[in-house]
Write a protein that binds this ligand. Structure first.
Ligand SMILES: [Fe+2]
Length: 156
């Protein structure tokens, strides 16, 4: 059995790196959607949404860095260019959105896409006894589920 620097099987980690790169790509597009909405939101909810989008993109930015560095820890190479992100993301770029409610709906949808990928990563990581990745994913999932709940409450 060939192992990497942290003692996990190389073949297993490779599979996980692919999934983590998919997560990274989706995260980056989601991050840019948040920046888009932070800048372009307008209307009576401007102040709260402008601040909320900033809070969410700050968290997303930290997660992007953690996911990329987890990939490196597992011996892989993180996607590092915009073209790789676009090519590998199922979350699409939001472009111009006028309605603030629509912005919140899109962010909620993006978060659900990320949640699904994180659950997939968690499952694979736990099959491989990769506790580091399991913990990372489980923290993300718990935090995101709470944000999704809050956004749902906002939209009701
Ligand atoms: Fe700003």
């Amino acid at each position: 059995m060939k192992t990497n620097d942290i003692g996990l099987e190389v073949r297993d980690s490779k599979l996980l790196v692919e999934k983590l790169n998919k997560l990274l790509a989706n995260y980056q597009v989601h991050y840019q959607n948040l920046r888009n909405f932070h800048w372009n939101v307008s209307g009576p909810n401007f102040f709260e949404l402008h601040a909320k989008f900033e809070e969410l993109y700050t968290t997303a930015n930290e997660s992007v860095d953690e996911v990329a560095e987890r990939i490196l820890t597992l011996g892989g190479r993180p996607f590092s260019s915009y073209s790789e992100y676009i090519e590998n993301s199922s979350i699409s770029e939001a472009k111009e959105v006028k309605e603030s409610k629509k912005m919140v709906e899109i962010i909620k949808e993006n978060l659900n896409t990320l949640l699904n990928i994180e659950r997939e990563v968690l499952e694979s990581a736990s099959e491989q006894a990769d506790e580091g990745t399991v913990t990372l994913m489980s923290d993300y999932i718990t935090a995101k589920e709470k944000v999704v709940w809050m956004l749902s409450a906002y939209l009701r």
